[in-house]
Design a protein around this ligand. Structure first.
Ligand code: GDP
Ligand code: MG
Length: 438
């Protein structure tokens, strides 16, 4: 599926069969999940030829769906000429292997599919390194299982796992593979650390400014909002995971106050945990924000489920307690307003917008401005009247509310971020000056 870039013409698309398992209590969620799996499959460049939903209370640790069902899936896949089976759940390495044997074709689980899409979408060096790391972490336990599997085949009698001394060439190859994988994982981690340092340097330049991060389900309209609010050339597409990199743009609000708005990778239900772990650098933008804008596609039939999935990922990455404004987007597509009421429930603060028509964007700006004002505190600072540098710095970084001259000292009442406030140093004369040379 890797060759298919989605837009390429004349590429033979792989035919696939989707399989979802419905457990008791899942009745209402398995259908939207399968719809989403279909979109994911298409995003990865596949053509869905059949969908199978199985009701099952207990999952088989060997084959997930049970041996009989697996054989039936294999037959149906053969009828439609499908080359791979996509599972809506994550499978253990043993389950994947057993299923592949039973269905006689490639088995791809949900994590692997999402990793595949991320690999297609990654553009920047950072995104590529993060995806590759997640892929190797995914692969690692699967190499190990393959080893026991090979060992058994070569040993003949089967079952034995401690028969040292029967090591065949297959195992040697695997030893090499495992070492190579471990080595590659180490290299990728080191490169990420390096990229992380660069990222922190860039982030430091924005210290003292109010930082806002767009978060939300994939395709909710985050990039569209970044574009509508800041005029940035953000990449907007009606596709899952169009954006994997973080883009940060200056956003100038009425009154000429500058803040920074970041757009980053979207979330999805059951985001593979390897991805969450290796996208730490990208997600750190979200964690450093002073305010999150949680963008929801309010016109989506599963908006409520998507909203909860995002809240869950935010908690998982430690951003659950950050101040958050709920942004109900695509209101131009919303037909019944009752669904908006449902989405509003429990939100601390919310605003209804359309990135497409511009509706509600002013209100959104005002809401953010109010939050930014709270973030800045009012301080009274005495500055030497001859210290033009500090006076200019205060005027550019904060909002000067009042200036009073007393002999050689200026008393400035200024609204300033806490970070900037702490950059002012007291002089022996009891005035303050901006730290640094000059
Ligand atoms: N009707 C409508 N479509 C929108 C709106 N905002 C975004 N979209 C569309 O939704 C799709 C996904 O938008 P995008 O900004 O890429 O979403 P992201 O994945 O959250 O960054 C694109 O086709 C956009 O044109 C909106 O307010 N109304
Ligand atoms: Mg986007």
């Amino acid at each position: 599926m890797k060759e298919e870039r989605g837009i390429a013409q004349g590429v033979v698309r792989e035919k696939v069969v989707l399989v979802g398992v419905e457990r008791p209590g899942d009745e209402r969620t398995v259908e939207p999940l399968l719809n989403e799996l279909r979109r994911l499959a298409e995003t990865a460049g596949a053509v869905v030829v059949d969908e199978i939903v199985q009701k099952r209370a207990r999952l088989s640790s060997a084959t997930f769906v049970g041996k009989g069902k697996a054989e039936e899936i294999g037959k149906r896949a053969a009828t439609f000429g499908a080359g791979a089976i996509l599972f809506n759940d994550d499978l253990s390495p043993a389950q994947s292997r057993n299923l592949e044997k039973a269905v006689g074709r490639r088995v791809v689980d949900r994590s692997e599919l999402i990793l595949d899409i991320f690999a297609l979408r990654a553009r920047s060096r950072e995104a590529r390194v993060q995806v590759e790391l997640a892929q190797y972490e995914y692969l690692r336990p699967r190499l190990k299982r393959m080893w026991t599997h090979l060992e058994r085949m070569e040993g003949g009698t089967g079952g034995g796992s401690s028969r040292i001394g029967t090591r065949g060439p297959g195992e040697k190859q695997l030893e090499v593979d495992r070492r190579l994988v471990a080595r590659r994982i180490q290299d990728l981690k080191e490169e990420l650390e390096h990229l992380d340092r660069q990222h922190r340097t860039r982030a430091r330049a924005r210290e003292g400014y109010f930082r806002v991060s767009l978060v939300g389900y994939t395709n909710a309209g985050k990039s569209s909002l970044l574009r509508a609010l800041t005029g940035a050339e953000a990449f907007v597409e009606d596709r899952l995971f169009a954006t994997l990199d973080t883009q940060t743009r200056a956003w100038v609000l009425p009154g000429n106050k500058r803040l920074f708005l970041s757009d980053t990778v979207g979330f999805i239900r059951r985001l593979p945990h390897h991805l969450v772990a290796s996208f730490r650098a990208t997600l750190s933008e979200t964690l450093e924000a002073d305010l999150l804008l949680h963008v929801v596609d309010a016109s989506h039939p599963d908006a409520e489920i998507q909203k909860r999935a995002v809240e869950e990922v935010l908690r998982e990455i430690g951003a659950g307690d950050l101040p958050c404004l709920l942004v109900l987007n695509k209101v131009d597509e919303v037909k019944d307003r009752i669904s908006l009421e449902v989405l509003r429930r429990g939100a601390r603060d919310e605003v209804v917008v359309s990135a497409l028509t511009g509706e509600g964007l002013d209100a959104l700006g005002q809401r953010v401005q109010r939050a930014a004002e709270k973030f800045h505190e009012v301080a009274e600072i005495r500055v030497d009247a001859g210290d033009g540098r500090t006076l200019a710095w205060l005027a550019s970084r904060g909002t000067v509310l009042e200036e009073a001259y007393e002999d050689s000292v200026v008393r400035v009442r200024v609204r300033l971020s806490r970070g900037d406030r702490s950059r002012l140093q007291e002089t022996p004369e009891g005035t303050f000056r901006i730290a640094g040379k000059g």
